[in-house]
Design a protein. Sequence first.
Length: 401
Amino acid sequence: MRVLLMAALALPLLAQAADEQLIERGRYLAHAADCVACHTAEGGAPYAGGLPLASPYGIIYGTNITPDKTHGIGHYSADDLYRALTEGERPDGVKLYPAMPYTSYHLIRREDSDAIHAYLMSLEPVARPNPQTELAFPYNIRFGMAFWNLLYKNRVQLEPAEGRSETWQRGQYLVEVLGHCGECHTPRNALGALEQDRRLQGGLLGGYQAPSLLAEDLAARGWNTDDLARFLKHGISAQGSMFNEMFPVLHHSTQYLPEDDHRAMATYLLGDQPPPARSIEARALDSLGDSARRGRQHYLNVCAGCHGSEGEGVPHVAVAMNGNTTLRLDDARNLLRVIDDGIREQQFTGFERMQPMPGFHAALDDAELTDLLNYLRQTWGGIDAELGEAEVGVLRGETGH
C-alpha cells in the first residue's frame, strides 16, 4: 500500500517533468526555426507580432503568436499549429501568405511541431492586435493562395541522404526545414515562388543580395567548415561579420543553438568533403586598374580610420578588408549598400561588438564610389573586373539612392 501511494504521488511529478522537457525542447526548436525574428516588432514583446515584412507586393506583418486567445494563437490546438506550419492554413481556413515559410516548414516533423506548440503555449499572453496586411490588388485576395499552393506549396524537397554522414543529415534538416535558409538564398519567380532549379544559388532581399550557399561558391569566397560554423555561432569570423537580414538570424536564432548544430549546418552546406577554401593575396596598388588606383585615396579618406590603411581592421571594433567575403561577390550591390547606408552597432556573442559604421552616400558621388568599389574589390576581393560609373549609378537607383 505504501509503495502504491508513493507511486501515485510521483506520477504528477513525472508528468510535470515531461511537460517541462517538452517545453524546453520547443524553446530550442523555436530558436532553430527563427520564429521570433518575424513575429517580434522592434522594441516589442517577443512573439507578439507587428513586424513589417516588405515584399514586392506590399507590406505583410508578422502576427501575434503568443497564447492570447483574442489576438494570438491561444485557441490553436497542436493540430492547428501543425496545419499552419505545413499547409499554410489557419484554423478558420484562411490561407496564409508564404511570407510565413510553410513552403519549407511543410517538411517539419510532427513531434517538433508539437514541441513548438507546447513552448508557445507556455509563454505569457500579450494582447496586441495584429496590424492589417497591406497588399496591392490582386495579391490581397487570399482566395488566390489556393491556386498558388497547388503549384508551389510542396516544391521544396530534401535531397536523398544515402551515403551522407549523420552530421550532414542533421544539417540538412536544420538548413532546409527549420532554418528555412532557402527562403532568402533562393531566387523567386514573378509569382513569388522559389525557383527550385536554382536552390540556394542566391536571391535578392530588400535591395541586398542573399549570396549563394552552394559549396563551391562558399569556398570561392573563402569559407571552410570551421569558419562557417564559427560564423553561425558568433556572427563574426575571419570572413567578416553578419549584417542586414542575417544579423537578426544570429540575434534571435543561431547563437542559441549548440555548437554541434553549427557544425552540422556548415557540414551540410560545404559537404562531408568540402572543396578547398580559396585564399586571396592583397594586390599592390600599381597592379590595379585606373579607377581602383584612384579609389585608394577615397579609402584612406573614409574607410582607413576604422579598417586600417592596409585593410587589417581592428579586433572587436571593425572587420578586416583582407579576406572579407563581401568584397568577393561578383555582384557589388551589398558592398555598395554598406558604404552608402552604413551598418548599425552590432552586439555579437561574448565580447565581440562592431561599432556603428556611418553611411557615406552624401560624401561620395557616383564617380568616387565607383573608384572606391573598384579599389576594394580588386585589392582584397580577387576580382579583376572594373565597375563603370553608369553601372554604379544604376545600382544606386535600384537601392533607392
